[in-house]
Ligand binder design. Structure first.
Ligand SMILES: Cc1cc2nc3c(=O)[nH]c(=O)nc-3n(C[C@H](O)[C@H](O)[C@H](O)COP(=O)(O)O)c2cc1C
Length: 348
C-alpha cells in the first residue's frame, strides 16, 4: 500500500469499499467524527469546498474555508471534495490539500446540480456536457496532487436524453483518476425519482482498471449489501441514509462478514449521538449556527418515528441549547444533564 491509495485498498479487501458521501451542510467535522466512532466506513469525505474561495481567502491572508475546519488533525483516511471549473485553480488547491493539509484523497465534484454551482458558476454537473474539459481538469489535478489519489464524482448525465456517464467515466479514467463515483440520477432529476442502478452498472463497461463506486438511495444495510452483490460496482457510497443512520456502515460491514448485525440503536443512544454531534459542532461554531446545523440533522434521525412531524416543527424554531436538549430528550424518551446541572427529564 502506498499510504494513500484507496484504489489499492479496494483491491486488497472485499470489505474496503464503503464510502461516506460528501454532503454540503451535513458532512461537517462533527458528522465525520461520529462516523469514525461508529465505524464501518472506509473513506469519509468533507462537504464540497470551493477552490476559488480557498484561493481568495489565502490571498487575503485569511483562514481557509470553514468546511476545512479541523482537517489537519483529523484522523485519516479523509477525502476532501473540491469544485470549480478552472483547471489551474483546482490544481493549485489540490496541491495545497495534498502537500500542506496531507489529505488522503481528493475528489472532484462533477455532479452538483444546484443553481449556484451548475448555473452561475458553470461547475459541478454543468461540466458533464463537456467530457473533454472534465478529462483536462482531472489530468491537471492528478499531476498537481500526485501521489495523492484523485477521484471524480459524477451523475448519469445532464438529462435523461443526454446520458453520458460512460463517456465521462472513460475520460476520467484516461486522465489518471484513481476511482469514480456515479450517482444514479441526472442533473435534471435533482433528487426526484429513484437512482437508476442499471445505468450505473453500464459505466463498468467503460472502465479498464479503476474502481466504480455506485451511489443513490441506499437507506438500509440490506440495500447496501444488495447493491454490492448484484451490481458490477467495486464500492458503494451512502449519503442521506447515513445522516439518519450513521451506524449503517458498521451494519453493512457486519452483514458482509456474516457477523451478527447490531440492532437499531435505542432512542437514548440516538439522543446521545445527537448531543455528541452538537457538542462537536459547538467546538467549531457559535450557538446559533450549531443549532441551525443540528436541527436539520436531528430531523433525519426522527423521520419515520411516531410524533416526528410535531418534533420537526418544534425543533425548527429552537433558538437555545437548553430547549434543544429538552426537546431531543423528550422525543427520544431519555434524559441527560444540562450545562446548568439540572436533568432534562426533570422538567418534562
Ligand atoms: C443536502 C445534500 C448535500 C449534498 N452535497 C453534496 C456535495 O457537497 N458534493 C457532492 O458530490 N454531492 C453532494 N450531494 C449528493 C450526495 O453526495 C449523493 O450523491 C446523493 O445524495 C445521492 O446519494 P444518497 O441517496 O445516498 O443520499 C448532496 C446531497 C444532499 C442531499
Amino acid at each position: 500500500m502506498n499510504g494513500y491509495g484507496t484504489t489499492l485498498l479496494i483491491k486488497q479487501s472485499p470489505i474496503n469499499r464503503l464510502y461516506s458521501a460528501p454532503m454540503a451542510g451535513y458532512t461537517n467535522y462533527a458528522h465525520r467524527e461520529l462516523l469514525r466512532i461508529l465505524g464501518g466506513a472506509d473513506l469519509i469525505a468533507t462537504e464540497m469546498v470551493s477552490a476559488r474561495s480557498f484561493i481568495e481567502l489565502e490571498q487575503h491572508g485569511l483562514e481557509p474555508p470553514s468546511r476545512l475546519w479541523g482537517i489537519r488533525e483529523e484522523p485519516r483516511p479523509l477525502a476532501v471534495q473540491i469544485w470549480d471549473n478552472d483547471p489551474g485553480m483546482l490544481a493549485f488547491f489540490a496541491a495545497k490539500l495534498a502537500f500542506d493539509f496531507r489529505v488522503s484523497v481528493i475528489d472532484i465534484n462533477f455532479g452538483c446540480p444546484a443553481r449556484q454551482i451548475a448555473g452561475k458558476s458553470a461547475s459541478g454537473s454543468f461540466l458533464l456536457q463537456y467530457p473533454e474539459r472534465i478529462g483536462n481538469i482531472v489530468q491537471k489535478v492528478v499531476s498537481a496532487a500526485a501521489p495523492v489519489p484523485v477521484t471524480a464524482k459524477i451523475r448519469l448525465g445532464r438529462t435523461r436524453d443526454t446520458l453520458n456517464a460512460v463517456e465521462v467515466a472513460s475520460a476520467v479514467e484516461s486522465a489518471g483518476a484513481a476511482g469514480i463515483t456515479v450517482h444514479g440520477r441526472t442533473a435534471a432529476d435533482m433528487y426526484r425519482g429513484k437512482a437508476d442502478w442499471e445505468e450505473i452498472a453500464k459505466v463498468k463497461t467503460a472502465l479498464k482498471k479503476i474502481p466504480l463506486i455506485g451511489n443513490g438511495d441506499i437507506c438500509t444495510a440490506e440495500e447496501g449489501v444488495f447493491r454490492l452483490r448484484n451490481y458490477p460496482v467495486d464500492g458503494i457510497m451512502i449519503g442521506r441514509g447515513s445522516i439518519a443512520r450513521p451506524w449503517i456502515f458498521r451494519q453493512i460491514r457486519q452483514l458482509l462478514r456474516e457477523e451478527p448485525v447490531d440492532p437499531e440503536p435505542a432512542g437514548k443512544d440516538i439522543a446521545a449521538m445527537i448531543i455528541r454531534q452538537f457538542t462537536a459542532l459547538r467546538r467549531q461554531f457559535q450557538e446559533h449556527t450549531a443549532l441551525a446545523l443540528i436541527r436539520k440533522t436531528v430531523c433525519h434521525y426522527a423521520a419515520g418515528q411516531s410524533g416526528a412531524r410535531k418534533f420537526r416543527n418544534d425543533i425548527c424554531s429552537v433558538k437555545d441549547t437548553e430547549t434543544f436538549f429538552r426537546l431531543t430528550a423528550r422525543f427520544f424518551d431519555t434524559a441527560f444533564d444540562l450545562p446548568d446541572g439540572s436533568r432534562t427529564g426533570d422538567f418534562q
